[in-house]
Design a binder for this molecule. Structure first.
Ligand code: NAD
Length: 325
């Protein structure tokens, strides 16, 4: 087993591509898988991969975890960083649910099964704050002890993934670590996510659509901070992380309305708003209690909303200039 050989699933995506870059910088041999799920434009994912592909320490396979023979990709792999999923809350209702089950439940179960057979040491799983569902104001910020009560089909598949992780950890010698990401933003953010849509509307000179009255709050987390937390989950001793779930949040909870002020500041424009009904499955508030991650992962988020949004705005303008947006 090569200690520094890792597998990243979902490597062409928003978080997976940033993580893969950080792993290469730290001297790992990175094997990567992505199915190019049709959730958003493949050209964005190709662009995400373009910085990684030239490295001799990066190998990429287009493969679907829900159907491919995964074991060959795991040869000599020490740690798996499982970032692949069908993401997004709103599209997980109705007919849309099937790919969520296939990618997030079947994909995770097949990856865990293959990881045990291949003798992988550790699997780090990207879970989500959406597993918590609605939390009373009095119980915010949410700690990891809060029970999982998702209110969207997407959240249910992410919680199923956590349960699978725990079950495979108990049934084998596999070390398992779950990380609950809180609304991640920054360059390459998915096109279905609020900041991407807001900034794109500014680029297009269109009004920004707000679902609900804008008083809902989110704990926004810059992608670089998430990556630091994921790396720590891969590298910390088993005694600190094995069989644990950690919240990874940004530490600043703001209302949607407040984010609009920051967006106006960063883009230098006056924003026009289009207020719409709140969407089913969207929770009212999220706020992460990150004390466990701070103490056991050494996790300290460092990028504030304004600098993170400025970085995302720069990326959006570059992507627009390259004809990708
Ligand atoms: P993303 O859609 O940009 O990346 C996910 C990647 O996984 C995509 O490139 C997709 O093609 C790939 N994929 C999907 N199903 C696959 C399969 N069956 N086999 C192989 N590849 C597959 O999403 P993201 O925002 O980078 O999210 C990464 C992870 O973080 C996901 O697990 C998501 O649930 C979790 N997460 C993200 C956020 C966030 O705010 N972005 C918040 C909480 C949790």
């Amino acid at each position: 087993m090569a200690q520094n050989r890792v597998l990243v699933t979902g490597a062409a995506g928003f978080i997976g591509s940033h993580l893969s870059e950080a792993l290469l910088e730290r001297g790992y041999d990175v094997c990567a898988i992505d199915a190019f799920d049709d959730f958003y434009d493949r050209r964005l994912k190709d662009a995400n991969l373009s910085a990684l592909s030239p490295s001799p320490h990066f190998s990429f396979w287009e493969a679907d975890l829900s159907s491919a023979d995964i074991e060959p990709f795991l040869r000599d792999v020490d740690t798996v960083f499982h970032m692949a999923a069908r993401a997004g809350v709103r599209t997980s209702w109705g007919e849309g649910f099937e790919p969520y089950v296939r990618n997030n439940v079947m994909g995770t179960q097949r990856l865990l099964e293959a990881s045990v057979r291949a003798g992988v040491r550790r699997v780090v799983y990207a879970s989500s704050s959406s597993i918590y569902g609605e939390t009373d104001e009095a119980r915010l910020p949410t700690s990891e002890d809060e029970p999982g009560r998702p209110i969207s089909p997407y959240g249910i598949t992410k919680l199923a993934g956590e349960h699978l992780l725990t079950a495979y950890g108990l049934a084998s010698t596999l070390e398992v670590v779950g990380l609950r990401f809180f609304t991640v933003f920054g360059p390459r953010q998915r096109p279905d996510m609020a900041f991407h849509k807001f900034l794109k509307a500014v680029l297009d000179g269109r009004p920004i659509t707000i679902y609900g009255d804008g008083s809902q709050t989110r704990d926004f987390t810059f992608v670089g901070d998430i990556v630091a937390g994921v790396l720590a989950a891969g590298e910390r001793p088993a005694g600190d992380v094995d069989s644990k779930m950690f919240n990874l949040g940004g530490g600043h909870r703001v209302t949607l309305k407040q984010t609009l002020d920051v967006i106006s500041d960063v883009t230098g424009g006056t924003l026009r708003l289009d207020m719409q009904e709140r969407a089913a499955g969207d929770v009212t508030d999220t706020a992460a209690d990150t004390s466990l991650a701070r103490s056991l992962l050494g996790y300290v988020p460092t990028t504030d909303l304004k600098s993170g949004l400025a970085a995302q705005w720069e990326w959006m303008k570059e992507a627009r200039a390259a004809g990708l947006l």
